[in-house]
Write a new protein. Sequence first.
Length: 258
Amino acid sequence: MSDEAKRHVQEVFSKNKQAYVDSSTHKKQSDLDAIIEWLKPSPSDKALDIATGGGHVAKALSLHCGIVFATDLTKDMLQNTARHLNSQQNIEYVVADAEQLPFLDDSFDLVTCRIAPHHFPSPHHFIEEVGRVLKERGKFLMIDNVAPEEDELDKFYNRFEKMRDYSHVRALKISEWEKLFRNNRLTIKKQMIRKKAMPFPDWVRRTLDHEADQKAVEEFFKQAPAEAKHHFSITEENGRVQSFAIDEYMVFVEKHSS
């Protein structure tokens, strides 16, 4: 990662470390159940959760795997998560850059990364690293927000995410993720896209402290073109934005030899 992008991520996540433990979006049980159902982890598996944040996925994996390595770029975030999960004895915590993982080749049976890659400046380096640390026939599961395939909606979406969180780099389109997987010997086994409803007030306050900044994001939503208001299901009540919906992508891939 570039030094500036890293610093932005560390600032935002240090400041909001407890918010990500408590976030209803991040601790959503149906998501965690689906991860376990898709990956089918076993006690012999060694797992890696990249950009673990509040540690929700690492905790879910730890109930099924022999050992889980939970990594995050932000030490404050990781320290807080380790305290929160101190009853889980089989999780190791490592401060690490998702684009330069400090692990040997072919180290893990399972790798996960959830609601984080849109913070990574170089998604192709991230996916190269995933492919490198996975064992042959190892499994990788990713969940992240994705941009619409239409360029104008893509621009609108990434613009408001950046306004609300300066550590946001870019949410990719699904077609871009598919190309990265193909280029790194990762075969898609299962995928789905779904609408994720977001409560606007909770979402905007999680990263923005100043009311003027929160209002600027709200105004951007209110002035959205009709197509964007429809695609993102933007709802207003008494002149205030109440909720919206974004596209979330869940994909499970397997590493193959050629």
